[in-house]
Design a protein around this ligand. Sequence first.
Ligand code: GTP
Ligand code: MG
Length: 463
Amino acid sequence: MMQDDRIAALATPLGESALAVIRTSGEGTLQALSRGFSRPGTLQEAPGNTIIYGWLQYDESRRVDEVTVAVFRAPRSYTGEESAEIYCHGSIPGIQKIMELLFTLGFRQAEPGEFSLRAFINGKMDLTRAEAVHEIVRSQSRKAQSLALNRLSGRVFEEIDRVKSRLVDIMAAVSVQLDYPDDELPGEDDDSGYVRSLIPMDTVQDAVSGLERLVSSYRSGRLYQQGARVALAGQTNAGKSSMFNLFLKEDRSIVSNIHGTTRDYIQAPVVLDGIPLSLYDTAGLREVDEIIEKEGIRRSGQVIENSSVILYLVDGTNSDKSAHAFDEKQLERIGELNLPCVKIWTKTDLPQCAPAPKGFLPLSMISGEGFDRVQQAMMEALLQGERLAGDGDLVIDSLRQKQLIDDALDGLQQALTSMEGDQPLDIIAMDLQRSIRSLGEITGEVSSEDILDRVFSGFCVGK
Ligand SMILES: Nc1nc2c(ncn2[C@@H]2O[C@H](COP(=O)(O)OP(=O)(O)OP(=O)(O)O)[C@@H](O)[C@H]2O)c(=O)[nH]1
Ligand SMILES: [Mg+2]
């Protein structure tokens, strides 16, 4: 991507709408745009943060659209460059005509994420904030959006920066000592008390716990942003479709007392505690010869294997021994696949229902009794020991950030081990330096084309 030319892109979805926004940026944007504008002088002279009304046109006889143009002067714009946002009518052919006009005026189509890349390069935001912009756009639930807003406001940056600056202070002292080993202080192979005075253990320990907190927030960050796949599984008539409907609060999947009612699996989205879930009702598991039901069971098996958590339902009124053996076999398989699973004992409202065995949660689809506990258990299974984040919590959602924090942690732990093993100062210094570098990569202070490409190429065009 070049940085010294002018770019343009539609920033809103391409479709019919009252308004659409086309974003432009780059040095000379207003000058270039004014050549296709009904009031060139006004546009060229407009101060930053103002809005100018007029027509986009090739000339008076070839008008393209009636628009307003928001004017931004460098560095007070999203990208930090001179830029303009064109508010036009949201018609697909109209937008296409405007883009064609812009190309003849010397703009080129922006690459995905190019506006944000320029913002980063011009020092308008660090990489964690740029990633947050993308995460906000992508958020599927209100909670995910709130958490991404926290990141946009710079909280990841601040936390990383806090840890990093303490390590940099330590490294500064260490470097002096490595450069001038003969100064009054004892040499490097002296007692470990001296190394510890240069590198305070509790500061390193504190950095470790700060970073560990961030890493552990990743699982719940992921859940909020990407959601999870939940499969309802079990034998025919166990109550899967009834439970599916209970989740959706609507009569969506066919429920009947005929075994094998559900054949094709059914998927529906549902948001629970701010986590977007993809819920699957599957075909009841049983031995069959009938070819269509068999295929339904096979496909359901794939859904089950690819889910993040399985809710396995067992009909509590079924006293048939072979049915229990069948369930045990299925649960064993799920266990072998290492999939989180919540076991549910259904139809507890019926008098013939046996008490729930150990490890099963009792549930009645009729009264809804036990449903809260089941949902809670499902969340626990998804979070695997992490707690759910509150709105104000700092939660990371970028795999890139998580991996770099892991690298930084690795360096710090290595440094701590070396200190305990009375290793020479330069060895410990290398580990600290590695951590500092990884932390710098998170915010983009240390960056390469490769890293930037990875971060910004996933963005949408116009961001
Ligand atoms: N009393 C009572 N009846 C239930 C309960 N759950 C399900 N049922 C009934 O059990 C029967 C089977 O329920 P479904 O939800 O269709 O069962 P399924 O697991 O989807 O069955 P298949 O689609 O055949 O695999 C229906 O008649 C439901 O009304 C429950 O908790 N209490
Ligand atoms: Mg069903």
